[in-house]
Design a protein around this ligand. Structure first.
Ligand code: HH2
Length: 290
């Protein structure tokens, strides 16, 4: 399964990309305020790359429940120096823009970013055209409503079927605007307008989303549904063990991209889960270890 992002082509049939999260925000739920200034943000990005991140996802706007939109100008003021700094320090780094505003995406793509990660799945009517013109990768994520409203109703008849239908429809809209099929990736939107049960069900039924034919991205890292299941009452960093378990389940169930805060540990988990996935497919282990 090919994922094309401008001049890069990833074969994700038997490979998992680890996407490191870099939130250049004052208020993200896990790392808000830590990387708002360019210098610590660039240092964090380099650290994530050194830990083994295949790509970085740069966001300038929190989308946690009840968060409010950040004006495009302010988002770009936060992002620009960090994008420039990372491009300068690591010209080969693969950069993704966690952006729902076409203007922000367009500016980031002009500076060399490869992917647009749009949690609103093209709510901005200009977004698909911007992505199509750049030939960028595009992550389409399922969310009910907006971050401000999404937790008001988290009941579904069949959450997986509804998510799959939504992603199919948004993919058709992307293609109609000129985005190539090979550039698309899908994301069930763990925690975005979902109960803890809904998020867990989506993880368990990932093969049904993979069957849609595009790489599936999973973003479960440190999210509150994990704490609801484990009973962890502390800060988001306490959710690392559960996040790693979710990463293992996601990879075993066919995820192609993991969006995570804890890159070094996730890289290790991916190796095991991918080896198990291969062994399930082939009937024997390909791991060359005694
Ligand atoms: N989750 C968050 C943000 N962007 N993008 C995709 N594709 N999938 C996700 O699950 C996803 C996402 C929320 O996590 P985080 O960036 O850590 O927090 P915040 O939104 O508070 O900045």
């Amino acid at each position: 399964m090919i994922w094309r992002c401008r001049d890069l082509t990833f074969d994700l049939s038997d490979r998992v990309l680890v996407m490191g999260i870099l939130n250049v925000t004052p208020d993200s739920f896990s790392d808000g305020g830590r990387y708002l200034e360019p210098r610590p943000a660039i240092a964090r990005g380099l650290e994530l790359l050194d830990e083994g991140a295949d790509l970085l996802d740069l966001g300038a706007e929190s989308t946690r429940p009840s968060s409010v939109p950040v004006p495009a100008g302010e988002q770009w003021r936060r992002l620009e120096p960090v994008l420039r700094g990372l491009r300068e320090a690591r010209p080969d780094a693969v950069l993704s823009l966690d952006a729902r505003v076409a203007d922000v995406a367009e500016r980031g793509l002009a500076l060399g970013a490869h992917v647009v990660n749009d949690v609103s799945a093209l709510a901005d009517a200009a977004m698909a055209g911007v992505v199509a013109r750049a030939g960028a990768g595009l992550v389409l994520m399922h969310m009910r409503g907006t971050p401000e409203t999404m937790q008001q109703d988290t009941t579904y008849g069949d959450v997986t079927a509804e998510v799959a239908m939504f992603l199919r429809t948004r993919a058709a809209a992307a293609r109609a605007a000129g985005v190539a099929e090979e550039c698309l990736a899908f994301d069930p939107g763990i925690g975005f307008g979902k109960s803890a049960g809904g998020s867990t069900e989506l993880l368990a039924r990932l093969p049904e989303l993979r069957a849609l034919g595009r790489p599936v991205l999973v973003g479960a890292s440190r999210k509150s549904f994990l704490a609801r299941l484990t009973g962890d009452e502390g800060p988001p960093a306490d959710r690392v063990p559960a996040s790693l378990a979710a990463a293992a389940i996601a990879v075993y169930d066919g995820a192609a991209i993991l969006r995570v805060h804890d890159v070094a540990a996730t890289v290790r988990v991916v190796k095991l889960a991918l080896a198990a996935r291969r062994a399930r497919r082939t009937g024997h282990s390909s791991a060359n270890v005694e």
